[in-house]
Design a protein around this ligand. Structure first.
Ligand code: BJ8
Length: 428
C-alpha cells in the first residue's frame, strides 16, 4: 500500500491485529492467483492497483467523501439500486463476504450448515476486519433467501454495524411481486433522502441512472469481447473486473474497463489470446463469487480451460439490462428502475425460467463448450436449481458439470480431478 493507513483503520475501529492477519493472507493469494498468469492485458495493472489499495486508498476516498457529508451505503446483493444512492450523491460499497474468515466466530452465531457467503459476512463483521462495513453509514441487508433474511436478524445487532436497513425482495415476479419491489424501492428512496438530507428529483436520478448504465455498458462490452477465439482475457481477470465493479468509483471504473476493452479489441484483431485456440471454453453459472473467492476459476484455468463468461450476480446476472432513462418524472424513472431490477433472475424467484434461458444464450453467444454450475454448499436456491439447469443444458447438447463447494481449500484437489475429467470429456 502507498501509505500507512493504520491511523485510519484505528479510527474506523478495526481490529488491527486481525486485519493485519487478513492482509497477510490476501496479498500472497492475489499474487499467486493473478500475477502468475501469462499474457495479461496491460490494462489489468489498474485492477492490480485497485486490489493493492482495496483496504487503503479506496477506504480513504470513502472517508474523505464522508467528511464532505456524502453517505456510504454498504450492501451484499445486486438488488440494491445504486441509481438511487448516486442520486443523493452517495456511494455504494460491496461488503466483505467472499472468504472463509473466522468461521468459529460465525458459527457461534449461526448454524454450521449456513452458506459460506453468509458465514463469511459474519466472520468479517464479528472480528472487525471489514473497513467497508465500518465506513458504511447504512448497511443494507436484502431479504432474499431464507439464510440471508434470518441471518440479518442477528447481524443487525453486531458491533460495528451502523444503521442496519433490511429491504424486502419478492419471491415471485407476479404483478403483486413487482408492486412489492416498487414499494420497497420507494421506501429505500425515502431512507436515502432522510439520511442525506437531499431530495431525489428527475435530474439527479437521471444522472444516477446514466452513471450506472455506463458502468454496466462497459461490462457488456467486455463480455462481448470474450466471445473471440482465442479468448483475449482470462476468466480470472474478467471476474476481477466484475468484483471491482462493487467497490470502485463508478466513473473511474467505467473508464478503466473501456480502456481495457480498447486493448482487447486490438488483441482480437491480432488473434492474440490468453489461452490456446483449442482450449475448452467454459461458462460458469450459479452463486456469486465475491472477492477473494477465486477458488473454482483458478482450478478451471490452471487445468487447461478458459472461462468465457459468468452467469452470476458478480457477472452478467448482475450487470445485464440497462435502466431506461426516458421518463420525465421521478415516478417514471422509479418505474424504469423497478423494471430493470425485476429482471434479475436470482434463484430465490419461483419459478425462474429466464435464468435458464440466460445461461443458454450466454453459452451460445460466448461460444462456450461447457458449463460449470457453481453452488455454495447449503445454498438451497442455487443447489436445487442446479439439477433442472444441468438436465436442460445436457438435453441441448451442452456438457455441464455441477460443483458444490464452499470457501475452504480442503476440496481443491478433489474438484481439480472432476474439472480435469470434464475438460477431457469436452475435448472428446
Ligand atoms: S440477487 S444470488 S446477490 S441474493 S449463496 S446468501 S442465495 S444461500 S447471494 Fe445473492 Fe442477491 Fe440473489 Fe444475487 Fe443465499 Fe445462496 Fe448464500 Fe446467496
Amino acid at each position: 500500500m502507498s501509505e500507512d493507513y493504520r491511523p485510519m483503520w484505528t479510527d474506523l475501529g478495526l481490529n488491527l491485529e486481525a486485519h493485519d492477519a487478513l492482509l497477510g493472507v490476501l496479498g500472497p493469494l492475489y499474487e499467486q492467483t493473478f500475477l502468475s498468469q501469462q499474457n495479461r492485458p496491460d490494462g489489468m495493472q489498474y485492477f492490480d492497483f485497485v486490489m493493492s489499495e482495496v483496504h487503503g486508498l479506496r477506504i480513504k476516498e470513502l472517508m474523505d467523501a464522508k467528511a464532505e457529508g456524502r453517505k456510504v451505503i454498504g450492501a451484499f446483493c445486486t438488488f440494491v439500486p445504486e441509481e438511487l444512492v448516486l442520486a443523493v450523491d452517495g456511494i455504494c460499497a460491496g461488503l466483505c463476504a467472499g472468504a472463509e474468515w473466522a468461521p468459529e466466530e460465525a458459527e457461534k452465531l449461526l448454524p454450521r450448515n449456513t452458506c459460506a457467503l453468509i458465514k463469511g459476512a459474519f466472520g468479517f463483521a464479528a472480528t472487525g476486519v471489514c473497513p467497508y462495513l465500518a465506513a458504511s453509514d447504512v448497511v443494507v441487508g436484502e431479504n432474499t433467501c431464507d439464510g440471508k433474511k434470518k441471518a440479518w436478524e442477528i447481524f443487525k445487532d453486531l458491533d460495528g454495524v451502523n444503521d442496519f436497513y433490511a429491504i424486502d425482495i419478492p419471491q415471485t415476479k407476479s404483478p403483486e411481486g413487482i408492486a412489492l419491489l416498487r414499494a420497497e424501492f420507494e421506501r429505500f428512496k425515502t431512507k436515502l433522502e432522510e439520511i442525506s438530507e437531499k431530495t431525489i428529483d428527475a435530474d439527479n436520478l437521471k444522472k444516477g441512472i446514466a452513471t450506472v448504465n455506463a458502468k454496466r455498458a462497459a461490462m457488456h462490452r467486455l463480455a462481448r469481447l470474450r466471445a473471440a477465439s482465442p479468448a483475449p482475457i482470462s476468466g480470472l481477470d474478467a471476474l476481477l473486473a466484475n468484483q471491482v465493479f462493487f467497490y470502485d468509483d463508478p466513473k473511474r471504473f467505467t473508464d478503466s474497463v473501456n480502456k481495457i476493452c480498447d486493448e482487447l479489441k486490438q488483441r482480437v484483431k491480432g488473434g492474440l489470446g490468453v489461452a490456446d485456440r483449442d482450449a475448452p471454453r467454459i461458462l460458469i453459472s450459479g452463486c456469486p463469487m465475491a472477492v477473494p473467492n477465486w477458488k473454482l476459476p483458478t482450478i478451471i484455468e490452471t487445468s487447461g480451460a478458459v472461462i468465457v463468461g459468468e452467469e452470476s450476480c458478480v457477472g452478467e446476472r448482475g450487470t445485464q439490462n440497462l435502466t431506461a432513462s426516458t421518463g420525465d418524472t421521478v415516478d417514471d424513472l422509479m418505474d424504469a428502475i423497478v423494471d430493470r431490477y425485476s429482471k434479475i433472475d436470482c434463484a430465490i424467484f419461483t419459478p425462474n425460467p429466464s435464468r435458464l434461458e440466460h445461461v443458454k444464450t450466454m453459452a451460445r453467444e460466448y461460444n462456450a463448450d461447457g458449463v460449470v454450475h457453481y453452488g455454495l454448499q447449503f445454498c438451497a436456491p442455487y443447489q436445487i436449481e442446479a439439477g433442472p439447469v444441468e438436465k436442460a443444458l445436457e438435453a441441448d447438447g451442452i456438457p455441464t458439470l455441477r460443483i458444490d463447494t464452499d470457501y475452504s481449500p480442503e476440496d481443491v484437489e478433489q474438484i481439480r480431478t472432476r474439472v480435469e475429467a470434464f475438460i477431457e470429456r469436452i475435448r472428446g
